[in-house]
Design a protein around this ligand. Sequence first.
Ligand code: GLN
Length: 448
Amino acid sequence: RQTLDAISDKDPLINSYITVDEESAMEQARVADERIQRGEAVGLTGIPIGLKDLILTKGLRTTCASRMLENFIPPYSGTVAEKLMAEGAVITGKLNMDEFAMGSSSESSFFGPVKNPWNPGHVPGGSSGGSAAAVAAGLCLGSLGTDTGGSIRQPAAHCGVVGLKPSYGRVSRYGVVAFASSLDQVGPMARSVEDCAMLLQAIAGYDPRDSTSVNVPVPDYSASFARDLKGMTIGLPVEYHSAEGVKPEIRSAIQEAVKVLQTCGAKIVDIRLPHMPYAVAAYYVVASSEASTNLARFDGIRYGYRTPDAKDLLDLYEKSRSEGFGEEVKRRILIGTYALSSGYYDAYYNKALKVRALIAKDFTDAFACCDLIAAPVTPAPAFNIGEVSDDPLTMYLADIFTISANLAGIPGMSVPCGSTFHGLPMGLQLLGKPFDESTLFKAAYAYE
Ligand code: GLN
């Protein structure tokens, strides 16, 4: 009740929810109370959790923040939603985001932009901006987002919460609307490292319904918490720390954070990620190519928006897609279609795949001499609403520190760091070896 009241009170300003499921949330809470009274409480019993609005929820509208799916009611739920409910969580509703998760500011939503709870003149980051803002404002105790190129870590940094992108294959993508299938991963956002670990514990694990889910054991993440990092080696990528365009307040926050990790006992070494300057270019070719094929299913016929006045079938496709998708989504579909077209495929898509392989190899080489990598999450604190919304290239370039992890499939985490800059939070990024989320939690917990 308290969470729902906080939503009615504060969300008109923040706009973090697209749909609040008040009736069902109260019913789930009543069931949770009974469970507690019977002494049958499990891990997340009664904990209010919000879901990014691209995670399917049976009977509850799932929009992807798009006009295309404005009235779409899924006939089934995603595995992650089912798993949270099985652990007793109360699902409060569906959280706002960039349309189809394409963006870094949560301004491209059909339902209006999300505001940063620390300062509503600023963006909360994106695309999981609603998931980060709702946690920061106390409008749920934890949330799920998705991270295709930084969409959990970047909004977590901008809103001062903890966010984790798991290794590719760690968490099921079944019932999650696809943006770029080889990069997408669902992950938790919460107020503390411990809460984040509890959420990952609940959603991680093999799912035969997702063919890219990996069948490896899920460790007990709470066992990794320690204050002492003796024996741990943390790498600082020379390329990240000398990258251009990084604001001085970010640089000094990261330097301070690294000192704290050192005080906890970690050894700090320099490492190289030589292909990092090519990551943004490779990512935007791969992600847009996959998006252009994934979004072909929105044809105005099977589900979603259909234009009211089509002359014939082709006109129906054209008008439904023109009217149903926003500007950024159309831009990605065009870039992707171009990169995949015959004659350009080898020059763009194939080339990007080769660069992706080199970026993955950079990490394999780096992890031969360190257990973790520390880096900034973003080059700057959250920008003003409207500042870069019509400058896509500047927006894309701000993903410089997050997208390599998705190209390589490794886990990454954002933990609040530094003192706030003019009231805006910042984040420290930790990157780990594939399926080694435990080491991320260990370092993040000691740092926190
Ligand atoms: N900002 C990146 C993009 O627009 C990442 C988005 C994401 O991770 N979903 O593609």
